[in-house]
Each structure stands twice: as structure tokens, then as C-alpha cells.
Design a protein around this ligand. Sequence first.
Ligand code: ZN
Length: 199
Amino acid sequence: MDYFSGHISTLIEQLSSLPGIGPKTAQRLAFHIISQPEERVKRLAESITSARANVRYCRECCTLTDADLCPVCSNPKRDKTTIMVVETPRDLAAYEKTGKYRGVYHVLHGAISPMLGIGPDDIKLKELMKRLAGGDVTEVIIATNSSLEGETTAMYISKLIKPTGIRVTRIASGVPVGGDLENIDEVTLLRALEGRTQL
Ligand code: ZN
């Protein structure tokens, strides 16, 4: 049963528990790691543990950050009355790169997908509603992807927010159907933002 040393078997086991890593890839990675200089492996291991220990969710918008508040939320020049809802920190980065959006964000960390068994409680939706209860927000721009999951999530959120009287908008369809925000050029992103419609 044990073809390898116990240490290698444990490493393979750990690696194959990562998403997208099958047993064969795990073996390949394990033997690659063993073949590397010890210093290099140490740096890899340290970067994993320190990322895990130091990266956390922003207290306000739930994006991943090293501090209690992310750079956007802690910037006094940002307009806290407008919240753009995105699926991932990568989507936030895509809009930040345009340099034109002055509001703040809310990162859901996923989208509702009945097919994958991901419900409203599995994304950072409660956290969004808690922020809205504060009373300062006047507009929520829903910038989830235009995939089935993104649209489902947008509909769900807009229904949740409507009764509060806060304006809910959806970015325009300049974003191609099924398109991930992070892969779209800045001009298209801005056009989608400017052409947003009320839900
Ligand atoms: Zn934040």
C-alpha cells in the first residue's frame, strides 16, 4: 500500500485536498517540492501560512485585506453612500483599475447557484443587509457577472433591498452574457457602470 515514505504520502494527501488538484498532479507537485532546495520550500510554506494568518475579510466590504479595513473602505474620499456589489475581490480590482468609480464595494464571495447548492446564506449577503441597515446608503449598484448565477443573485438582492427604499441599479449589458468582470476591458466596464438601469 505505501509505495512512498510516510512524509511524501502525507504531502501528496494534503496537496490532493486542494481544489483542481487530482492524485496525479498531487504526486507530481510533491516530488517537485522534494527536489527543490530546502530554502525555497521554506519560503513557499511560509508564504502559505502567513497569507492564511494575515489575510482577512474587510470589516465593511468583506474583500480580502491585510488590515481591519481595506484601502477603499479606509479612504475618507470614497463615497460611502454608494455600494457596488461584486462577486469576487478580482471584480473589485477590475473596477478599481478604471480609477473612475468613487463609491465603495461589497464583495459577496460567490453567487447564488441552485445547481451547485450555493444559497443566499453561503455568500456575504447578510453582511450587505447589515450595512444597508445603517441608513447612510442611497444606492446599491449590482455588478454581479452576467452569468445565470450572477443574474439570479442580482434578482435576489434587488428583491431583498426594494422594501428598504434604497435605489437598486444593475450595470448595463455592455458586459457580455456569461462574461466574468475581471476579463473585461476598462472602457466596457465604465460604459456598463454609466449605463446602469434601475431595478
Ligand atoms: Zn473594505
